[in-house]
Design a protein around this ligand. Sequence first.
Ligand SMILES: [Zn+2]
Length: 145
Amino acid sequence: MAVIVREKESCPYCGYILNYEVRINQPKSGTSIGDKYARCPRCFKLYLTGKSQWYEKSPKEKIFYYVNMYFVSIFLPSICGFIFGLLSWTFLPIEDTTIHAIVSISICGIIVIVGFIILFSRFRADISESMERMPKDSTATERGS
Ligand SMILES: [Zn+2]
């Protein structure tokens, strides 16, 4: 089930509204990639974002992320594809029913495929970007010893 989550996020210390998000079926903890802590622009205190970097995530959170990644990448383009397929079926002035059906299904299919590629690669880019932020522990311990 897709649920649209509307969430107001405010600083736990001073109540400053940090952002106002509308998300689709994306529980924040675990599935969102980002810095674990952020600084409030008003009171300059560190607060927990509910996000975490890829290397900080537990195997369970990674599985949730993948499930969410496939779900969103397939679900959203399917809805768009269906709507545009239906629109072309209803409004395109094509006499031949067979051609009309092929055109409508093709429009739907192209939107689903292109949408999937765009969304999926965005999720993948988020992961690899997060991986690059991983602290190089091996070099740090070498210097420390
Ligand atoms: Zn604050």
